[in-house]
Design a protein around this ligand. Sequence first.
Ligand code: NAP
Length: 290
Amino acid sequence: MILLDGKKTSQEIRDEIKEEVSKLVESGKKRPHLAAVLVGANGASITYVNAKIRDCEEVGFDSSLVKLPDTVTEEELIEKIDELNKNDEVDGFIVQLPLPRHINEKKIIEAIDPNKDVDGFHPTNVGRMALNLPGFVPATPKGMLELIKRYNIETNGKHCVVVGRSHIVGSPISILMAKNAYPGNCTVTLTHSRTTNFKEICKSADILIVALGKPEYIKKEMVKKGAVIIDVGITRVPDSSKKSGYRIVGDVDFDKVKDKVSFITPVPGGVGPMTRAALMQNTLLATKVW
Ligand code: NAP
């Protein structure tokens, strides 16, 4: 079994970006600038945004954080987005999700200029991705593709089973793995909570990508010998032995599955850091015109 080390690979990516930024700056160009909009004080959102700002510092990007109270109205948030759309200093920006209930996320995503939408959630970028046109691919699927590439995993003609059909992970990765490209050219099965014969389908996967959010749901008997396993799941489970009071667990029963498969991502240290690195790649891309 080979561990798909997202921590190490994401560090390589950040080092490459850092080098490219140095060259940009040396040639007189401005540093790429990522802005993040944070609404309210959701603990996980604050952690994610702070990590993104730290990544920017490491690779040499400028960054700015726009903090808004959770009482902000939809109109006020759209006004802020409009300012960022028009601000030439900002190459790309994200609006950290989830948003408070009174704000319509779809409306907010559609208010973002697609050319600055480094999360790749705007319908224009989703369409570009589906049509195989240049654009922003959402960070989690993009990070997974990068991991597959850097470990030279064969995808051509393989059966790829994706578990979960969210707009940010399952749905885009199923489109990308079926593309006529590398990574891609897989025969893809997209599964969800209504799928029948779920275990059998998982067991037939050469590449199993799991994003359902149920800790250790995928058991040893559900995977094929020699399969490639990419575990997107992140769940905090209570653990009194940890200082934080919890530990992070993936959707795959890693300890039991790992010796049966050819490649597997750990959780933490797999897809999570690759997602962060992919956001930095998208921000660099935002400085270029396609
Ligand atoms: P999500 O919106 O939470 O949706 C879960 C999906 O799993 C749904 O499509 C659901 O089907 C499906 N599902 C639920 N139970 C199932 C079952 N028993 N069998 C088959 N499918 C089932 O998905 P998400 O936002 O992609 O999140 C999934 C997990 O990935 C979470 O743990 C999340 O924290 C993690 N995540 C990690 C990263 C990262 O960077 N590592 C990024 C994003 C998300 P229905 O559509 O039928 O309800």
